[in-house]
Design a protein around this ligand. Structure first.
Ligand SMILES: C[S@@+](CC[C@H](N)C(=O)[O-])C[C@H]1O[C@@H](n2cnc3c(N)ncnc32)[C@H](O)[C@@H]1O
Length: 467
């Protein structure tokens, strides 16, 4: 090929990269703008409800308690609380990334359908970071953490933050934070920009407990017992991530443990240090504690920590699990993790076999996969008719079939059980869904190196993940 041909190709590639970068930037901005639209969508919805009430006959209206009419105003007011919190979340993102605070009305219109994304974030923050949902966490996160300690105990201080635990699909980040508190080097992974912004905010941006009062079920209109139940304000967060870490018996080992190393644990791709006071105090002491470094490019982190004796307690990667951790991603060598912990995750795959292979690939020989969750396949039906190609690829395997694949890929089951649990359950609601969730621990045999079929999944753009 001629020099001119090469130059042309390079230019095309650069243009393609630039186009991609702009698209990603726009996606993150639109996600931030969606958070800023939250209250306006609530108010629009309330206007409709008010109209329905206005259309009631005088006789029917007179039969209702006055609270029915007052509730509309109260919901609009409570939505301010949620909006304040979501606005802080966006402000934190904008400060951390050094991007200007987006203007909600500048750019393409944000469709009201996106409100379900805001609601999903509010529900995840409820599940993971409120006292009211502790019971739910005790039923789901606790068995996973107990299994981790059973199979890979941090049996001596020398092991602290050396065993790597990957938590894909980690939502608002509580589970990897709990893993880190137990002395493991935890790495969350998420592909939703909504969840990534939320976890970054709660892990790095909130330095006091109970600073927000929010209303995660404000928009519930069905299966409500008391008229004011959706107006129940909850405190957020029940725990501050950096305090959780500081109270960990392993914390001092991390803070002091890096002193022998030549490498500086902090660098430009670290996203933040939780709590300003905390950061200052640590810098004065000549120590640096990154609670959660979110990196857009996990390659740099992989390289950065490769020869380090101790790893950061908590990191986060953004992007599709298979694309980042599968065989295709060469910078992420096989066998990098001691444990992969999946919670309500495996059914998010259009093809669960890809997830199983990726988990196998990511684990070191002798490493364990700990799973808890249902098989409520996310891509089985295109309810929004948004035409995402993943709906056309969805395979929905029974547990028997999943088990078969898990063994065929090379895993050996160590534990199997069923666990009764819920997902974002509102305790006051008339309707509850209880899962008799699958729980298992499966091991990649110690004598087994790399054994998995090549993954064909390409690196998906962030914008595709939030469909
Ligand atoms: C049902 S939620 C569970 C969240 C959390 N593990 C919990 O138990 O509360 C599934 C999460 O996985 C994320 N997710 C789905 N597919 C993913 C993928 N391919 N890669 C990374 N994250 C993914 C979603 O954005 C969502 O936050």
């Amino acid at each position: 090929m001629s020099g001119a041909g090469n130059a042309g190709e390079e230019q095309e590639q650069e243009q393609e990269q630039e186009r991609h970068r702009k698209e990603e930037e726009k996606h993150w901005k639109d996600v931030a703008r969606t958070f800023l639209w939250y209250r306006e969508f609530v108010v629009d919805d309330l206007k409709q409800r008010q109209q329905h009430l206005n259309h009631l006959s005088d006789r029917h209206a007179s039969l209702l308690p006055s609270s029915t009419f007052e509730k509309i105003e109260a919901v609009a007011h409570a939505a301010l609380g949620n909006q304040d919190m979501l606005t802080d979340l966006v402000m934190h993102y904008s400060q951390e990334y050094g991007v200007p605070m987006p203007e909600k009305r500048v750019g393409d219109p944000i469709s009201p359908e996106r409100q379900h994304r805001n609601e999903a974030v509010l529900h995840s923050l409820y599940r993971e970071w409120t006292l009211e949902a502790k019971e739910e966490r005790d039923a789901t996160f606790a068995p996973l953490l107990a299994a981790l300690q059973r199979h890979l105990p941090v049996s001596s201080p020398e092991l602290a933050y050396r065993q790597r635990v990957l938590v894909p699909g980690c939502g608002a980040g509580r589970l990897p934070a709990e893993v880190a508190v137990l002395g493991y080097a935890a790495e969350g992974n998420e592909f939703s920009a909504y969840m990534l912004m939320a976890s970054n905010f709660i892990l790095n941006g909130v330095d006091k407990p109970n600073v927000y009062t929010f209303y995660p079920f404000l928009e519930r209109v069905s299966n409500v017992v008391g008229a004011n139940d959706p107006l129940q304000g909850l405190s957020l967060p029940d725990s501050v991530a950096v305090e959780m870490m500081k109270n960990s018996p392993y914390y001092h080992l991390y803070v002091n443990g890096d002193q022998d190393s030549d490498e500086d644990p902090g660098d430009a791709d670290a996203m933040s240090v939780a709590g300003e006071g905390e950061a200052q105090e640590q810098e004065e002491d000549g120590e640096k504690f990154e609670l959660c470094c979110v990196c857009r490019d996990p390659k740099s982190t992989a390289k950065r920590w490769k020869n380090m004796p101790m790893r950061p307690p908590l990191g986060m990667s953004s992007g599709d699990f298979v694309a980042i951790y599968g065989e295709k991603e060469l910078s992420n060598p096989a066998g990098s993790y001691d444990c992969v912990m999946t919670c309500f995750f495996i059914d998010t795959a259009p093809n669960v076999i890809e997830y199983i292979e990726t988990i196998f690939y990511a684990l070191r020989p002798g490493g364990v996969w700990i799973n808890l969750g249902p098989l409520l396949y996310h891509w089985s039906k295109d309810q929004d008719y948004n035409g995402d190609e993943r709906y056309n690829k969805s395979i929905e395997l029974s547990y028997e079939e999943v088990r078969h694949v898990v063994k065929k890929v090379g895993f050996v089951f160590l534990e199997e059980d069923r666990v009764k649990c819920t997902y974002t359950r509102h305790r006051r609601s008339i309707m509850h869904t209880e899962f008799n969730a699958l729980f298992f621990v499966a091991k990649k045999p110690s004598d087994q190196g790399k054994k998995s079929n090549k993954s064909n999944k390409s690196n998906k753009d962030m914008k595709d993940n939030d469909k």
